[in-house]
Design a protein around this ligand. Sequence first.
Ligand code: TYM
Length: 390
Amino acid sequence: MTDKDFSVTPWEVSGVVDYARLIRDFGTQPLTEELGRKFSALAGEKHLAIERGVYYSHRDLDLVLKDYEAGKKFFLYTGRGPSGPMHIGHIIQFYLTSWLQKRFGVNTYVQLTDDEKFLEEKSPTLEETNRWAKENALDIAAAGFDPDRTFIFQDTEYIGNIYRLAVKVARKVNFSVVRAVFGFTGETNIGFAFYPAVQVVPSLFEDSRCLIPCAIDQDPFWRVQRDIAESLGYRKAAALHSKFLPPLTGVAGKMSASMPETAIYLSDTPEQVRQKIWKNAFSGGRATIEEHRRLGGDPDVDVPYLWLQMFFEGDDAKLKKLHDDYVSGKLLSGEMKEVLIEKVTRFLKGHQERRERARDSLDSFTRSGRLASAMWAKTYGLDTKEINRG
Ligand code: TYM
């Protein structure tokens, strides 16, 4: 959607996002406390990002849980547009998805859209997006997926297996719909006009309900999916939407690969993390220490605090103390930054080690694992019964 103050599309986020308004504009449902409680109860464990309201909106999550309670399986689908190195905001989606996979014991499909990122204006070459897909796959595998229940695929390689279903989807979607939903114009290249069909297809990989964890920017695709899925004999996709981890530079917009100062990449070294947070992280502190001590800081716009709240400080009591000490002026913005630097550095150390180890298991996700090999043996749009029994 686009309006005067902010804009959220799958390819651009600008301004300060009004998340409640997006729920209204996109026609999604708020993730209520009651549904969150039911979710955690069925998962058998709480998840910080759900508890803290990072995942705040959904479509049909209630139906997914109802299916699950009735002994019916669902499956997970998520993805990444490989235009460059992944940042911390992206990886949140994959850690949450792997947690869901573990808690519910379900199949997971991860689409790497090297086609989409090539088609995007001002994008890298196709060779670069092909290469970034392979690099990003390692970060995704590091998030802890089950190699036998997860299939990670790259569109330019797997398209032969999905094309039949993509054309079935494409015939159901006319240009005025994608123009309205995605804001396409006469200048949009024809690859982009077809691309939404490709991103819809994995949501139809199994007969059961598909649950898609993602940030809210991807929802327009699911709107198209939900318009046409039943007419093709499939289910409407369910989605679980997160807010964006704000850019280091302040709450407006989202972290961008083309503006390295806005983001912490998964490959950043401890020195880079320290430097970026000290130099670029927008602070809600006062201009001088004296003023800060007297008047206190504003955690609501302080990016280090917001990152701690959304992802990095799991202990509620410690988070509350950081909040209260900041408001009272006891904690300085440099001290808040140090807390974040320590957490981010520790997280990245663990992630980078897992990423190295994932080199050995990557082939099971992309080719040889139980789900991956079954998927390579399958052409979607023919008959999905066999795989659904697997
Ligand atoms: P991409 O590569 O733009 O983003 C990958 C995932 O990260 C989410 N995301 C964020 N989450 C939190 N904070 C942020 N600052 C942030 N920025 C991005 C995105 O919503 C996404 O979940 N077209 C997709 C690739 C794709 C896909 C999918 C994504 C294909 N199929 C199914 C989700 C679900 C893309 O370019 O994502």
